[in-house]
Each structure stands twice: as structure tokens, then as C-alpha cells.
Ligand binder design. Structure first.
Ligand code: G6P
Ligand code: MG
Length: 986
């Protein structure tokens, strides 16, 4: 396997010998600018079509033996275009056969700082002559569709007449070529281009080609001051003299254009650049601007830094700048997946672009808006009376998948587009675009109501039927977890956007145009609120779908028998019947923050789905890396991160020759920002929760938000934020608000990792019910009892409470009567619980829990009540806790520390990593006895020992919980880590 050389050269990718010339190198050294791409072939061997133009695709009918309504009827296939980099040589009238010549030495270097590919080859020609060919190649990131090359020919030990033919290699192109038996490249076509006649007015430097409905025009500009240049046939011929030790320099700039069903207009090249030096200068500026908002570094892993820079550079190169096009699964770097656009453009690539180059993100969304009518037609073809469904794979906008179970059934693509839109709007504040996209957002939201229903058997939950999630090893399932989660986000955002439009007075016209009424919007909201996203009672995980967990596991999974992706080995039905996943739908939903869940549940999901997931999709490692990094599983997170960062550099899936895995490349940056940086984008401001794996000394990255660029430098002590351009920006760090300005601000990483809550009187008003039950009991037996006495019972267990009451009343009873009274009180209390529902949860609890989780904190319950389990079930929060301590299992009740210690232990945390929240003095004492910080819900008078007081749980913030560590540090309970901010290069 090829290795990366000079790992310290983190701004270049350098390969030598076969690694610089092989099939993999063609993709690795590809250059592109969103309008054109060219594979990294070496010029003298670049005689096959190797350029990609977004409009250069052909449409072929799909033939079915048995066809049914709504089946896709045709597929688009992108075809490589004639080579704009082919160079042929004649020396002293003899053609040089570079296919047969001896390539003594070769080096290719892709420079991420200058945006140039620099390559050098040393050839041993017939007669022992040595010739060096050096080429600098540019596809200008901010320029038009053109490929610029500066070619230097250097004969080491000979001289003679030379003829350099700068042509495109279409002559003699015939039909045929082997079909490839791999569904991931499927309808690979052998491109057959023919040269066609010029149009009137064409300069002689223009060459035209055609294939099916695609027409191309190339205009070549050649400058060779020391030689004679002539345009002859298709291309140019440069005639000059080679002198031993001298250099013959030729600048070649090919501008490319394509059209469909019509010729390329003659004026298309009017503005095309022709000067190599000017193009190089423009490229420097464009690349510098790119890194201004995208620069990053990992201190402690140069190879990974280099890999991520390569990945990011390639993503930006392939990002479409044409609103009629999105980004193909392989970008503009190869033929894989027929050049089709999938969900991964919105889900993996667009988030990175939205945070680094928002105009490119907008282009991808504009592409979808432009194809809305096609999506409506697709929905009708599938029998839906209303709404729009985007195709699973496409170029022109129509469904191109011939296998609907893993094609059109992936309705989640509608939600993915909505997710991307919401993210783009949040990152940019681009309200004009939100307005423009509203029709698409609404039409696609309608699809969920088309395919889902409120299920009375599941308490009216909204269930979505007969879909396929991202994991294509399950198909046509009910309640795919990812689909339901993204649908919930989509429906919520659509309803919110309708409110926003209504408030601006912009809803009416759009609603009339698409026949949308308020009932429908209300249904979206109701469906979002009632979305079925269950937790399995036995495993404590989210089932991937209704049936997944009941299926048998695939025998021998992960044994050497399964060498290569399972989709290449088994009939799809074998995979569908087994508990085996190509990628993790639940983990994907976690990584995208679609569902808030306790840390312990995240852990169980990650472990469980990790066991049944083959990661046959390169996308899989992205979500697993993000989830594992957030859960602090450093080893797994770094392994998964390398899996996506090096997917092409090390050809980890054996198919880099089909093109680069653009979504995985984008994903490697998402792992840095969302995994290690803990970045979440679902709130009003960007929220970070950076952690530092022990393998690194630090890392930095930047992002752009609302026109401001900030940089985070994560180090041992915490994180330093600074504003690089634009207005000061509000962010959250581990839930703490910070305004980032030009002066660096450092926040220490919080040491608080968990919050342990009391129940009665903290999360709900059961304290009152306990009081009423005791009062009724006391009244029955004639004991003196009142609210003042009751205050002393708070937090005290049932028997302890009764003892206190009896002591207080001066009453004595035997053990049997004592037990009977306990039972009676409990019956009275439980009778009062009969009407409890989620409405009894104190205001603010749900939001606080979500905030805690978003900051990566665990949530525990430490109640002295034996009824606690039932109460949290009635409140609908039973599945929100990482651990519920069992009052029956601890030796001593509050004020002894036992239950808080048991809870911390159950969450896998040390006591001094936890904060306790209590409304009773006994509880505050227990928390302190456990060595934790105590937050009192109540007044200072009522709870004099608490470290911090809030009048009600709804007023407690995450920031306060985290800041209590300062308090604790003062008391010597917690030690705050401090350290120096290290400087590291970006
Ligand atoms: C909590 C309440 C107490 C109650 C105790 C036992 O700590 O604050 O007032 O007595 O739980 O509750 P149980 O439901 O087990 O009777
Ligand atoms: Mg209490």
C-alpha cells in the first residue's frame, strides 16, 4: 500500500513512481473547480477521456423485464470528456511511445497552499536518451471551466527537433470496452466522442465534440515563446528545438464548455482566461481565501492533518458552482456512481461548505429548488397525490435508481434537504433564500403525511411506513429511526417557517399557490410532536426499525468470509432478513443531533450498532467517529476518523480509482468539528463542547457563521476562541455563553460531567402529594402534624418520615401497626399519582435536560422514594436518565451520601465530577457528604447549606451547573485544570 511521504509537509500530497501514475493517483491528483474536473493523469499518458463537465451526461432508458408503475424509466450517466491535458511528442520526426518508454522516476505533488498540481517525470527514451517533463497544472478555483498547464521539456543528454502535439485523444475512439460488474459504478459507459464541424464564427482554436445529446467545445490557447505554434486539426502543434540541458516551456490553457441538445454558443469563451501566470495568481488568491475560513491543524498528528487538508481541499474543488448541478458522490474526480447526486451532498458535504464557503452551500440548495417540479413528478409517479419527493440518485432531477427498495424508498432524502436548508439559513441568516426555498420545504414536508399515520395502537404516535433508511442492508421497513428523526426535524422546521412567513405577511400567496391551509400546518406540528422514536425496553437502545432487533444476526459477520462489501456477496434479501447494517441509522441520527438522549443510551446504541454494522459504506465511519468522540471513546473515535480521513489516500475501500469518496472526505472535517469540537448546529448559536484526545496536544479549526470567522484552539486546559473577521459572535462553550471578539478568550474545560437530580419537589410537585398523604394519615390517627413538621420529612425515606412524625407527636406504636401505617400512607400517596402525566413535570425540566445532554453531561436520579420509577414513567421522562439510583438498594437514606454515591457510580463518574440538585436540607447534606456541589431549589433561608440557590428548577441553567465548579474549587472539592495556550500552525 502506498504511504504518504514527507508527512511533515502538511500542505502537500506527494507520491512517487507507481503511486504517482496508477489508477488511484488519477483520482488523488484530480483538479477541479466546481465547473470542470480533470483526473490526475500524467500528460504524456493522458490519452483517455479524463475531464468532467457537469452537463456532460447521457440519458439511457432502463430496460425492465417486469416493469411497474412509477419505476424509474431512464438513468443519467456522466461521461468523461476528451482529455484537455494530453501531450504527444515527436523527436526528430519519430513519435515517442510513452506507453512503452521507461519511466525512470516520477513525482506528483498536489499543493494545497497554491492549488497547483506539480509533476515531474524522467523518461529513458529509445537510444538511452533521457528526457524530463515537468508540468504545473491549475484548474482555477474561482475561475471558469478551464485547465491550465505550464509544460517544461528538458532533454538531459540529447538535442533535436521536437514537435509537441497538444491534442485531445479522440481520434480512433471506438465503441466497446468491458462492462464492469460492480453496482457502485454500474452503467459505466465507454465514452465515444466524435469531432464535429465548427460553427460559423468559431476561431480555429476551437474544437467541437459530440456524444448523444451532449455537445462540447474546447478552446485551446498555447504560448511557447521559444518555438513556433500552429493550430492544426484538433489542437495545436508546437515545433521547436531541444538543446541538451536546456528547457522548452509551453503554456497551454484549455477552456471547456458543454451544452445539452444544442451546440455550445460561439461566444461562450469570450471571457475565458488565457494567461498562465495570471491564472496562477488568481489561484493563489482563491486558495488563500479558502484557507482563511477553513484553516485547521492537529498538533500531534501531522499525517492526519495532511490527510484532512487533502480531504477538505478536494471537497472545495468539487463543490458545484453551477446551480443546475450538485456534487456527485465522487465529485468531479471520477466515473463512480455515474456522477449521480445523492443525499450525501446535503448531509455530509453541505454542512462543511455552509461553515466555510456558504455560497457553495447555497448553490447545492438552489439546484434542489430548480428540480422541484421533477420532484413533484416523481411523487406523482409513486402515487402520491400531493407533495414532492426528491429522487434518490439523479443528475437531471429524475429518479435514476432502477432498484426502488434502495432507491425511491429512501424518502429520507427529503428530510436531508430540509436539514441542509435549516443549517444553511442558520449559518448565514440568509432570509431571502429561506423565502425562496419555502415552497420546496413545504412540498417535501407533505410527503411525510403521505407515507405516515397516527397509530392508535401506539398511543397516537406518528409512524412512517414502507421506507428505507440510509442503511441499505434493510429495506422497506416501518419506522426507520433515522427517517422518523429527520422527518420530525423537517416537519418542525416547515411549521416554524410557516409561522415566520405568516408573521412577515408572506405566507398567503405561497399557501394559495400550493393549496396549503392552516390545518395542514397544524398536522405537521402534531406529527412532529408525536413522532415514534421508541427505546427498546429490553436493550435500552433505539430500534433501527420496527423489525430490526427481532431478526437473526448474519452468521459469520465480520469473519474473513466477508471480504469486501456484503452487497457484492449476497442477494439483497439475505441482507434484508438479517440484523446487519451497512451503516448505522441510529448512530447517524445521533451524530446529526436529531434526537436528544441520555449519554448511557448513546453509549448503548453505539456499542450495539457497532456490533452489527459492517461500515461497507464509507459514510458509516463519519457518524461512528462523531458519536464515539463525543462519548469520550478516543481509540474508536480516532480509528473511525482515520477510516474516513484516509479512505482514498490509502484506498481503504479498494475503489478510489472510481473517484474520491467526497462525502467521507467532507465527513473527516465534521469529525474534527462535531466530534472532537462537540459542535452542534441545532440551536440559535453555534454550540461547542470541545474535548481533547490524549493522543493530541491540541487542535484548531475555524468556521464562518453569519459572516464572522472564528477560530477555536483546543488545548489541555480548555479552549481559546478568537474572532478573525466580521462582527463579534455569540457562541456556547459547554453550555456557557461567550461573545467571541478579537481578543482571545479562554474557557477552561468544565470538570462537571454529570448532574444528579432529586425527584420530589425538584422535577415535579409530588412533595405536596407526600405532604397531603401524611396529613391525611395524621388526621386519621389524630397525630399533630402540619407543613412545618413536613418540611423536615422532605428527602427522608418513608419509614424515617413516619418515625419523625411519631416522635414529633409523642406517639408510640408497635412494628405491625407501623408497617400498616406505611402501607396506608403509600396507598394514599399513590392514589394521588393516578392523574399524573407529563403535564406534571415542572416547567423547564425538558429544556434543561436537553441542554445538559447537548453539553455531554450525564443525568442521574437520586430519590429516596420507592415510587420514583413509577413517577418518572408517569412524567414521561423515564428514559431520560443515564442512571436511576434505587432507594431500596442503598444502606442508608439521606442525609447519608449513599444514594448520590450510588448514582455517580452508576453513571461511571467520580463523585467530584457530579453536581446534586435538591429541594430538601437532608438532600443538600447528603450531596455534600458525597463530596459534590449542591444546588438548592429554594431560598437561602430554607436551604442555608446549598452552594447555589435557584427558586425553581425552570430557572436553573446549564451555565450555572457548570460554574458551580468554581464554587467547589474554592471549597477544595474540585480541582480546575489549567494550562497554557500553545501556539500551533494552521
Ligand atoms: C422523597 C420525598 C419524601 C418521601 C420519600 C419516600 O425523598 O421527598 O417526602 O417520604 O421520598 O418516598 P416513598 O415514595 O418511597 O414513600
Ligand atoms: Mg425532594
Amino acid at each position: 500500500m502506498a504511504t504518504i511521504e514527507n508527512p511533515s509537509e502538511a500542505m502537500r500530497l506527494v507520491r512517487h513512481g507507481d503511486a504517482a501514475t496508477g489508477a488511484q493517483a488519477a483520482a488523488l491528483f484530480a483538479l477541479a473547480n466546481g465547473l470542470v474536473g480533470v483526473e490526475g493523469l500524467i500528460d504524456e499518458r493522458a490519452d483517455r477521456p479524463c475531464a468532467y463537465l457537469p452537463d456532460a451526461y447521457v440519458s439511457r432508458p432502463i430496460a425492465y423485464h417486469e416493469s411497474f408503475p412509477g419505476y424509474a424509466s431512464a438513468t443519467d450517466t456522466r461521461v468523461p470528456c476528451p482529455s484537455p491535458v494530453l501531450l504527444r511528442l515527436h523527436i526528430d520526426g519519430e513519435p515517442v511511445d510513452f506507453g512503452g518508454a521507461d519511466l525512470v522516476e516520477t513525482e506528483s505533488a498536489l499543493d494545497f497552499a497554491t492549488g497547483q498540481l506539480r509533476r515531474l517525470s524522467r523518461w529513458r527514451l529509445a537510444g538511452g536518451r533521457t528526457l524530463e517533463i515537468a508540468v504545473d497544472r491549475i484548474v482555477p478555483l474561482a475561475g471558469g471551466a478551464c485547465v491550465a498547464s505550464r509544460i517544461r521539456l528538458r532533454p538531459i543528454d540529447f538535442g533535436g527537433a521536437v514537435e509537441v502535439r497538444l491534442t485531445y485523444g479522440v481520434e480512433g475512439m471506438g465503441a466497446g470496452g468491458a462492462e464492469v460488474d460492480d453496482p457502485r459504478i454500474s452503467a459505466r459507459l465507454r465514452p465515444v466522442w466524435t469531432t464535429i464541424s465548427p460553427l460559423p464564427g468559431d476561431p480555429s482554436t476551437v474544437t467541437r465534440f459530440a456524444q448523444d445529446a451532449v455537445e462540447l467545445a474546447y478552446r485551446q490557447h498555447v504560448a511557447a515563446p521559444a518555438a513556433e505554434v500552429a493550430d492544426e486539426g484538433a489542437g495545436h502543434v508546437v515545433r521547436g528545438t531541444l538543446v541538451a540541458g536546456g528547457t522548452l516551456t509551453i503554456d497551454r490553457v484549455v477552456a471547456l464548455a458543454s451544452a445539452r441538445g444544442r451546440p455550445v454558443g460561439p461566444a461562450v469563451f469570450d471571457d475565458a482566461a488565457t494567461d498562465f501566470d495570471a491564472i496562477a495568481e488568481g489561484q493563489n488568491a482563491a486558495v488563500e481565501a479558502l484557507w482563511d475560513s477553513a484553516a485547521f491543524a492537529i498538533d500531534g498528528d501531522d499525517a492526519l492533518t495532511q490527510a484532512l487538508r487533502f480531504d477538505l481541499f478536494q471537497l472545495h474543488q468539487s463543490a458545484s458552482r453551477d446551480p443546475d448541478h450538485s456534487i456527485g458522490a465522487k465529485g468531479l474526480t471520477g466515473e463512480g456512481y455515474e456522477g449521480h447526486y445523492f443525499w450525501d451532498a446535503e448531509t455530509f458535504m453541505l454542512p462543511v461548505l455552509a461553515l466555510q464557503a456558504p455560497a457553495k452551500a447555497r448553490t447545492l440548495l438552489a439546484y434542489r429548488i430548480g428540480k422541484l417540479d421533477r420532484a413533484r413528478a416523481h411523487a406523482r409517479a409513486l402515487g402520491h397525490a400531493r407533495g414532492a419527493l426528491y429522487p434518490w440518485r439523479t443528475i437531471a432531477g429524475d429518479e435514476c435508481s432502477s432498484h426502488y427498495p434502495t432507491g425511491s424508498a429512501q424518502y429520507h432524502i427529503n428530510g436531508d434537504i430540509a436539514y441542509a436548508l435549516a443549517l444553511y439559513v442558520a449559518a448565514t441568516g440568509d432570509e431571502a433564500f429561506r423565502l425562496r426555498a419555502a415552497e420546496m420545504l413545504f412540498e417535501t414536508a407533505r410527503m411525510w403525511i403521505e407515507i405516515g399515520a397516527f397509530d392508535a395502537r401506539r398511543g397516537g404516535a406518528f409512524c412512517i411506513h414502507g421506507v428505507t433508511g440510509p442503511d441499505e442492508y434493510s429495506a422497506l421497513v416501518d419506522n426507520d429511526f433515522y427517517t422518523n428523526a429527520i422527518a420530525r426535524r423537517h416537519l418542525g422546521y416547515a411549521a416554524e417557517t410557516a409561522d415566520w412567513l405568516r408573521a412577515r405577511g408572506d405566507l398567503g400567496a405561497l399557501a394559495d399557490a400550493i393549496g396549503l391551509d392552516e390545518n395542514e400546518i397544524a398536522t405537521w406540528r402534531k406529527a412532529a410532536d408525536a413522532m415514534w422514536l421508541p427505546v427498546d425496553a429490553v436493550l435500552g437502545i433505539n430500534p433501527q426499525d420496527d423489525a430490526f432487533l427481532g431478526r437473526p444476526e448474519l452468521p459469520g459477520l465480520k469473519s474473513p468470509v466477508h471480504d469486501g462489501p456484503l452487497l457484492m456477496i449476497y442477494h439483497p434479501m439475505i441482507l434484508f432478513r438479517h440484523q446487519v447494517a451497512k451503516q448505522g441509522n441510529v448512530v447517524q441520527a445521533m451524530a446529526m443531533d436529531l434526537v436528544s438522549m441520555p449519554v448511557s443510551q448513546q453509549r448503548r446504541n453505539l456499542d450495539y450498532y457497532g456490533r452489527v454494522t459492517t461500515h461497507d459504506s464509507t459514510l458509516s465511519s463519519v457518524s461512528f467517529a462523531i458519536a464515539a468522540a463525543r462519548l469520550g471513546d478516543e481509540t474508536a473515535a480516532l480509528d473511525f476518523m482515520r477510516e474516513c480521513a484516509f479512505v482514498d489516500l490509502e484506498d481503504r475501500h479498494g475503489n478510489t480509482s472510481h473517484g474520491l469518496h467526497m462525502a467521507a472526505l467532507a465527513g473527516s472535517w465534521l469529525v474534527l468539528a462535531q466530534g472532537w469540537g462537540g459542535l452542534r448546529l441545532d440551536g440559535r448559536v453555534p454550540a461547542f463542547a470541545p474535548t481533547l484526545p490524549s493522543a493530541w496536544q491540541g487542535y484548531r479549526f475555524r468556521l464562518q457563521w453569519r459572516g464572522s470567522v472564528i477560530e477555536l484552539a483546543v488545548h489541555a486546559a480548555g479552549c481559546t476562541y478568537r474572532l478573525l473577521s466580521g462582527a463579534p459572535l455569540d457562541i456556547l462553550d459547554h453550555g456557557r455563553s461567550l461573545r467571541v471578539g478579537a481578543a482571545p478568550s479562554t474557557l477552561a474545560r468544565p470538570t462537571v460531567k454529570g448532574a444528579i437530580f432529586d425527584l420530589d419537589g425538584v422535577l415535579t410537585d409530588t412533595a405536596e402529594d407526600h405532604y397531603q398523604a401524611w396529613q391525611a394519615l395524621a388526621d386519621t390517627y389524630g397525630f399533630a402534624f402540619d407543613r412545618a413538621v413536613n418540611e423536615r420529612l422532605k428527602g427522608v425515606d418513608r419509614a424515617g418520615s413516619l418515625r419523625l412524625i411519631l416522635d414529633q407527636a409523642g406517639a408510640a406504636i408497635d412494628a405491625e401497626a407501623f408497617d400498616a401505617m406505611l402501607a396506608e400512607k403509600n396507598a394514599l400517596y399513590r392514589a394521588r399519582l393516578a392523574d399524573y402525566s407529563p403535564a406534571n413535570l415542572f416547567a423547564g425540566v425538558t429544556g434543561l435536560f436537553a441542554e445538559l445532554r447537548a453539553a455531554g453531561l450525564k443525568i442521574g436520579l437520586a430519590s429516596a422514594s420507592r415510587n420514583a420509577g413509577d413517577v418518572v414513567r408517569l412524567l414521561g421522562i423515564a428514559d431520560q436518565f443515564d442512571f436511576v439510583a434505587d432507594a431500596g438498594a442503598v444502606a442508608q437514606g439521606k442525609p447519608a451520601p449513599d444514594i448520590f454515591l450510588a448514582c455517580a457510580d452508576g453513571m461511571g463518574l467520580a463523585p467530584n465530577q457530579c453536581v446534586g440538585i435538591e429541594d430538601a436540607q437532608a438532600g443538600i447534606s447528603a450531596i455534600h457528604a458525597a463530596g459534590m456541589v449542591a444546588i438548592g431549589i429554594g431560598s437561602e433561608e430554607a436551604l442555608p447549606d446549598a452552594d447555589l440557590h435557584v427558586p425553581a428548577i425552570g430557572e436553573l441553567t446549564l451555565g450555572q451547573i457548570l460554574s458551580t465548579e468554581q464554587e467547589a474549587a474554592a471549597r477544595g472539592r474540585l480541582s480546575i485544570r489549567t494550562g497554557k495556550v500553545e501556539d500551533m500552525p494552521c
